[in-house]
Structures are given as structure tokens and as C-alpha cells.
Write a protein that binds this ligand. Structure first.
Ligand code: OGA
Ligand code: MN
Length: 285
């Protein structure tokens, strides 16, 4: 296996591995290491089945199940369908809740930050891609934190954001969840600055879910969120991925954030299958 950098600050392509087959210990170690070092890994030309994707994903941890059944693949619940096409092969119009739901990823986020223990990473297999728009952008939050001004570092020290699954839905005017579903996703608080096991720090931002900042007035909190988002998503921190069918991307949700570029949601088809690797620890300050 070989690595080829995708961008000076984030991402590498992994060359010389076939994800359809079980991997040996050395290969798994190599990928774990590269995932840690580069934050985003690309594997090209991987015609994997959902089952093979799940098997590959399990080398990196336990898998999350999405809290609502709506976007889970019917046969394999560990597969989260990221798509504007439903399992009956119909496009989800943008004026329906299902259609609007799939545009939530057009806002910067890190996956499942609404959980008390958010996801460690995710693996996304491109099945159908669009020609116009639909790129996925990834930004390096370690560098974004390191290069922050002393003033802003001081200002956000010790602050926590409220991450709320229901807030993300309200952004798109989605109907309320049932009481039972809502009870599965209570709001949680995470520090804005995350400390990693190697001693490094990163910003921990997830605009789709970040409702407010603990201890600040709502407007003040939103203003700070905007300011941080604007800083953290500067061009120079970002790798832009242009998809080809059977690309597999694997990212670290602890110190990278991502967003999907809007595309013509009512006529183009985009189908991606995601597995989500569960986290093992709280977001430490
Ligand atoms: C996701 C997501 C990116 C994409 O699956 O978490 O944000 O390119 N998707 O569809
Ligand atoms: Mn995502």
C-alpha cells in the first residue's frame, strides 16, 4: 500500500488495496495510522457491496445506527443512505420533508455531534454521483485551532456549545419527531476546543447541530458560532473532493468537518452509502 497526499493540510489517497476482501493485520494497521495522520483517506475504484463496506468498517470500531429508521438501508441497518433518491428509486423532491432532510449536509458539520459520545469517523461509498455540484469539502480543525488569534483562543477557552439534533431539523422546517424518537436524541454540550490523545487541540464545530453557547445569550452565541465557522472554513484549510463512482472516503470526525456543495436536488441523482464508526470517549477539553 502507498499513500499520496491530496492536499498540503489534509487527506491522502490510499493506493494498492482492495476493500472487497478481508484485510491482514499489517494492512489494517497501515490504514489506521494513515487515518490518524491525514484525517481523510480516499480509496478509488472500490466496487464494494454494503456487506463488504460493513465488514471493512468494523476494523475501526463499533458501528452506529442512525436514530431514525427513515434513512437506514432496509436490509443492512448499519448502512445510512445519504441520498436524494429513496429505496424505491424515486427522487425525493425538495419540497417534501424527506427531500429537505437530505440537504442538512449542505451545512458544515461533524457527524453525530448531537451524541454524548460522538462518532469517531465515517466511511462513505459513492454509488451515483452528480456532474454539477455535490463535491464534499473537508476542513482541518487542528490547523484552524492552532492558527486562531490569541484573543479568540482566550475568548472561547472553557466554552461549551449545545448540540441538538432537533435544532438541525428545525433549520429545515422538518416536522417534529415523535416523543419516543425525540427522547433518543436529548441535547448535549461539548467544548468548542477539543483535546486529543496526542496532546493536540482542535476546534470542535458542527454548525448544523450547534444551537447555542452555554452561558451566552442566544444571539451572542450564534454570532460567535458564525465567527468561528467563517474562520474555520477558509479556503486554505479545505480539501475539496470531486466524486467518481466507487470512490470510498474515510474521515476522522474528531478533528475534521465537512459539507456537501449544493446541487440540483430535484433532477440529479446522488446516492452514497455511509457507515459510521462509534466514538469511544467524550469530547475532552
Ligand atoms: C455524511 C455526509 C457527505 C456526502 O454522510 O455524513 O455529510 O458527500 N455526506 O454525501
Ligand atoms: Mn456528514
Amino acid at each position: 500500500m502507498k499513500l499520496k497526499k491530496l492536499h498540503p493540510l489534509i487527506g491522502a489517497e490510499v493506493i494498492g488495496v482492495d476493500l472487497r476482501h478481508p484485510l491482514g493485520d499489517q494492512s489494517v494497521k497501515f490504514i489506521r495510522r494513515a487515518w490518524k495522520d491525514y484525517g481523510v483517506l480516499l480509496f478509488r475504484n472500490q466496487a464494494i457491496s454494503d456487506g463488504e463496506q460493513v465488514s471493512f468498517s468494523r476494523y475501526f470500531g463499533k458501528l452506529e445506527l442512525f436514530p431514525q429508521s427513515q434513512n437506514r438501508a432496509i436490509k443492512i441497518p448499519e448502512i445510512f443512505r445519504v441520498s436524494n433518491v429513496d429505496e424505491d428509486d424515486q427522487i425525493r423532491p425538495i419540497d417534501t420533508p424527506e427531500g429537505r432532510y437530505s440537504t442538512l449536509i449542505w451545512v458544515w458539520h461533524t457527524d453525530s455531534s448531537y451524541r454524548a459520545i460522538p462518532s469517531k469517523g465515517a466511511i462513505l461509498h459513492a454509488i451515483e454521483v452528480v456532474k454539477q455540484g455535490g463535491d464534499t469539502l473537508f476542513a482541518n480543525m487542528r490547523v484552524a485551532y492552532n492558527e486562531l488569534s490569541m484573543e479568540l483562543k482566550q475568548r472561547i477557552k472553557g466554552l461549551k456549545a449545545r448540540h441538538n439534533f432537533l435544532y438541525s431539523r428545525s433549520l429545515q422546517n422538518l416536522p417534529p419527531l415523535s416523543e419516543e424518537e425525540a427522547a433518543m436524541v436529548p441535547a448535549v454540550y461539548h467544548p468548542l476546543v477539543r483535546k486529543h490523545s496526542d496532546g493536540g487541540r482542535s476546534l470542535y464545530l458542527s454548525q448544523t447541530y450547534m444551537e447555542s453557547i452555554l452561558g451566552l445569550e442566544f444571539d451572542q452565541g450564534q454570532k460567535l458560532i458564525q465567527e468561528l465557522m467563517q474562520w474555520a472554513t477558509q479556503e486554505r484549510f479545505i480539501y475539496r473532493h470531486k466524486w467518481k463512482p466507487n470512490d470510498v472516503l474515510m474521515w476522522d470526525n474528531r478533528w475534521t468537518i465537512h459539507v456537501v456543495e449544493p446541487f440540483d436536488h430535484s433532477s440529479l441523482r446522488r446516492i452514497m452509502h455511509r457507515t459510521t464508526i462509534a466514538g469511544t470517549e467524550e469530547v475532552l477539553e
